[in-house]
Design a protein around this ligand. Structure first.
Ligand SMILES: [Zn+2]
Length: 203
């Protein structure tokens, strides 16, 4: 099983997301992983969205196997002050993912409902790319709304250890939810095992 979200190249393969613009070179060079180019919402305040838009176009052309990420929104107390910059940077990423037909790997801590609204608006305009929501910890009802938009999900040990994990994850259809290490490779085997346990009642 491949790792659906990490920032460290690992033996499981999977999606290797950049955090900052400075990471792109190393991410592109990692072997047997899908490189994802983007700038994390935590760095939105110090990023130039026009520059990122320009660079994304260039790098996605150069790397046809690459995806877009990490991007997204973070409305938790430590990051909510930069929401306006985060929104602009997220739209830059979604636009590039749509134009180049790549999946956008999204973070949405504390901001899932705003993310849902924003993705719905893009769907209405016909500019919605494929999206993966990483560290997904929203309700099953909200998951259904994202599924209508074609989203897939990844979850790690932290999400899978939550008391509500079975309510949140057991009913998401097969092929729509996957394990991630989120930079903690030692947790990956347990995440894989827990996710399959939670979903055993489906099969
Ligand atoms: Zn991440």
């Amino acid at each position: 099983m491949k790792d659906y979200h990490t920032h460290t190249p690992g033996k499981n393969g999977g999606y290797l997301c950049s955090v900052s613009r400075a990471d792109w070179e190393a991410v592109a060079a990692a072997e047997e992983m899908t490189p994802c180019f983007g700038v994390h919402p935590w760095l939105a305040a110090e990023s130039d969205p026009a520059r990122i838009a320009f660079d994304l176009d260039e790098w996605l052309v150069r790397y046809p196997q690459a995806d877009v990420g990490e991007s997204g929104l973070d409305a938790t107390p430590a990051h909510k002050e930069t929401m306006e910059q985060q929104r602009i940077l997220l739209q830059v990423h979604l636009g590039a993912a749509y134009r180049h037909d790549r999946m956008a790997h999204l973070h949405g801590a504390g901001a899932w409902s705003e993310l849902l609204t924003l993705l719905r608006e893009r769907q209405k305009r016909g500019t919605l790319p494929r999206v993966l929501l990483h560290a997904w910890n929203g309700s099953h009802e909200m998951a259904r709304e994202f599924l209508h938009l074609g989203a897939i999900f990844s979850v790690g040990l932290r999400e899978l250890s939550h008391p509500k994990a079975s309510i949140r994850y057991a009913r998401i259809p097969a092929g729509k939810i996957f394990p991630e290490s989120d930079d903690h490779p030692e947790t990956f085997p347990r995440a894989v095992a827990l996710l399959s346990l939670l979903r055993a009642d489906l099969t």
